[in-house]
Design a protein. Sequence first.
Length: 149
Amino acid sequence: MKSKKDSLYKISTDRNRLDLALIHDFLANSYWAKGIPRKIVERAIKNSLCFGAYRDGKQVGFARVISDFATIAYLADVFVVPEHRGRGVSKLIMRAVTEHTDLQGLRRIVLVTKDAHGLYAQFGFKPLANPENFMTIHKPDIYRDGKVG
Ligand SMILES: CC(C)(COP(=O)(O)OP(=O)(O)OC[C@H]1O[C@@H](n2cnc3c(N)ncnc32)[C@H](O)[C@@H]1OP(=O)(O)O)[C@@H](O)C(=O)NCCC(=O)NCCS
């Protein structure tokens, strides 16, 4: 059952409602996408299923999902602006993500987090059982050397 507090916040997947300036400002200062150019954020949003959290019509949170909508999805860029943290907003976003019609029946959903394991664990995520089986190409400084964007 939704609490009274939850009802102040609304989740929407309408891309047209997203506050691109807010999203870019947050991500460009985040630990995982530091310096990301705005046009890269715009391209990412255009090609993702995006979830915005709103309070009184103003955006306060975000997440996006990259998926084939059949077998696999990657959850990325989850954040809530500092003034609205600790009020269950990220859990509302996570509920919207995990219950979304187009994300049912997937074989795998992947995410990467430095310290929010306790949030995602509440929605069924577990640490990799076989991390040695996963491989990645990772360029954490890609936006800092000025070559992308
Ligand atoms: C992480 C973040 C999205 C949480 O948003 P929030 O709306 O404040 O969180 P909620 O109020 O919905 O509560 C989250 C729950 O997960 C838990 N949690 C676990 N790890 C957490 C973390 N690193 N930060 C915040 N909560 C965390 C909280 O204790 C809380 O548990 P509860 O259900 O027992 O109350 C927000 O702190 C944020 O934007 N942080 C900066 C960006 C970031 O680190 N994003 C995650 C990238 S993977």
